[in-house]
Ligand binder design. Structure first.
Ligand SMILES: [Zn+2]
Length: 356
């Protein structure tokens, strides 16, 4: 990322640059751009988890609003992969500019290495979940950035022959603007959504006033960390919350993606879920097989969490008892409660929620 030293850089700092000297200001610009990009990437990937959760929520709401005419077309994981890719396009482009004499492999390797360092750093941060898929997305973005730079540089080389021009100036300026824009966007979206405020409306779900983060609502598909500072987690029974966080830490260390898809829910939110289930299954009796009423649900008392994705469910069904966490309903392999002392054996799950 550091600009290479070459004669024109030295000349630029000493004597006034010759008129039309194409590279006179480039190293300085490159350095500023590199610092800006690294700052933006660092802030977005390693900054406060609450900040990025808010930004992510805002971006998702925007994407979902845009895709509203095509229900079911937006998948959070895919949007996130694209965002992770875009984040590293400036990294690849700048690395390719700084290392322009060394071919494309080194810049791509630098981008991949940056991503690995970020993911490693995330293991130490509460609320951050490192993921190999992020490295893949980041590296893809880096490749894209390197490719764009090569294409633009080739085009600039062609156009400045034979007359002298200022190759790459516009490119560097654009690269400088991109991360700042990204950071500004994230900053604005974060400012617009104060912590604990209502989340965006859920696409496809029945509109309800209870579908807010304050009521414990987790946006469908959001990969909520067990360490997130949201009511769905902070209103859990504290022993349960600690157990889930310990399990999440160990699962993640073992390479398992682990997130919470639901935790504490307000009675109003549980009622909304129940009403929706009655609509879906046709009767309160049928609905109760899947969703309990507010006075019955252990989510409302803060005594249950639902986890995901599937790998996390099966990991927790194997190792949950080490943390006192047990799957309590046979038909809900995602639903766990603090049911035994740590290390004790879990009882067999109930065959259906109405039985327990
Ligand atoms: Zn549950």
């Amino acid at each position: 990322m550091t600009p290479t030293h070459h004669p024109s850089a030295v000349r630029a700092s000493g004597t006034p640059a010759a008129p039309g000297s194409p590279r006179s200001r480039r190293p300085g610009l490159l350095l500023v751009a590199a610092v800006a990009v690294l700052f933006a990437v660092g802030w977005i990937t390693l900054g406060p988890a609450g900040f990025i959760a808010d930004a992510r929520r805002t971006v998702m709401a925007g994407v979902e609003a845009f895709a509203a005419p095509w229900p079911g077309s937006v998948h959070r994981a895919e949007v996130e992969a694209v965002a992770n890719g875009l984040l590293f396009v400036p990294v690849g482009a700048l690395a390719a500019l700084a290392l322009r004499r060394r071919g494309p492999v080194l810049p791509v390797a630098l981008g991949a290495a940056t991503s690995v360092v970020v993911e490693l750093a995330q293991t130490a941060l509460p609320g951050r979940v490192p993921d190999l898929a992020d490295v893949a997305a980041n590296t893809t973005g880096t490749v894209l950035g390197v490719a764009v730079t090569s294409v633009l540089r080739a085009a600039a080389r062609r156009s400045r022959r034979p007359g002298a021009g200022r190759p790459g100036r516009g490119l560097v300026a654009a690269l400088l603007a991109a991360p700042l824009l990204l950071a500004a966007t994230a900053g604005c979206s974060s400012g617009g959504t104060p912590a604990g405020a209502a989340g965006p409306p859920v696409q496809g779900a029945s509109p309800s006033n209870a579908m807010t983060a304050e009521n414990g609502h987790v946006v469908d598909g959001e990969e909520l960390s067990a360490f997130a500072d949201v009511p769905a987690l902070t209103n859990l029974d504290s022993a349960l919350r600690t157990a889930v966080q310990d399990a999440a830490r160990d699962a993640t260390a073992g390479g398992i993606r682990f997130h919470v898809s639901s935790g504490w829910r307000s009675a109003a939110y549980q009622q909304a879920l129940f009403d929706a289930a009655v609509q879906q299954y046709g009767s309160p009796e049928a609905a109760r097989e899947w969703v309990l009423r507010p006075d019955e649900s252990s989510h409302v008392t803060g005594d249950a969490v639902d986890v995901g994705p599937t790998d996390a469910m099966s990991w927790l069904s194997q190792h949950g008892s080490d943390y006192g966490l047990c799957q309590t309903y046979g038909n809900e392999m995602w639903h766990f409660e603090l049911a035994v002392d740590r290390g004790d054996q879990c009882p067999a799950p109930a065959t259906d929620p109405t039985a327990g």
